[in-house]
Design a protein around this ligand. Sequence first.
Ligand SMILES: [Zn+2]
Length: 324
Amino acid sequence: MKAKNVFSALLLWGMTGLIGSGNVQAEGKIKIVATTTVIGSIAGEIAGTEAEIYSIAKPKRDPHFYSPTPRDVLKAKKADVLIHGGLDLETWRGPLLDAVGKPELMWPNGKRQIDVSAGIELLEIPPSLSRAEGDIHAYGNPHYWIDPENGKRVARNIAEGLARLYPEEADFFLKNAGIFEAKMDIKIKKWTALLAPYAGKKIISYHKSMIYFLRRFGLVSAGEIEPKPGIPPTARHLATLKKIMKEDQIKVILKETFHENSTPKKVANDTGALIVIFAQAVGEVPEAGDYRSMMDYDVRAVEAAFSPVFPSIRRIDEKTALDA
Ligand SMILES: [Zn+2]
């Protein structure tokens, strides 16, 4: 691996005179750094063999609070392009880029950064920007990629961003975005049909990270274990939540792998609810090998939660889901 990197670096070094004047492959691969594995997965489908992609936040870590490693900093230093989620999804993005010191990768004006949230209809935009209570969704809810229609927008943003930076390959990137959208449309039809019987059903989530998925498929959030995004639950908040769950007969709690399990387990014990692992990252569960298979897993997990005859559900007592 190291030898290959050295070789690529030498190849790039020797051909710097060609940059911007020919096809990308002749100059070495584009070094893309993506902030999350979802962005990395979609970027891989758009850039194909033209790029070498490195995803920073590991799949079983909270994307809000990831701590970049020295290797992450090194990768970002060598990056030709940074692709990120925008908003305040990656609270660590600013400090990382300060350490990297490349203005062209910095949001919002850097020429070699692509913000994949562009053009997405954001939900829960607060009336004023405030972090007084530690809220980490200050610009609106940043968990938009679990609506598969937004996944298509992410792909389009990546393709358009790369086309702008590498105009000689624009057709290739834009064609791949079209292929991505067509594949997604086939899946979205299937997913919509699978979840249609459960329209209007209510769920609880740990973090306020499910709303785009729920809205797309006609499901309803009845509350979160966290009283506010990023704020740990209090006894009073949990009592209110359990009361709502009992009154409304809410039997499903969705959570990512990286939030603690003891509180959801207590809530589930007191209300008879089922805890379901909902993957927000490629690689978070073994089934989530790429963006489409992650969404596939999530749809089937939610379907199985409402209709427990299906065997595909992954519960928190399964070791693989907790192996963070
Ligand atoms: Zn969040």
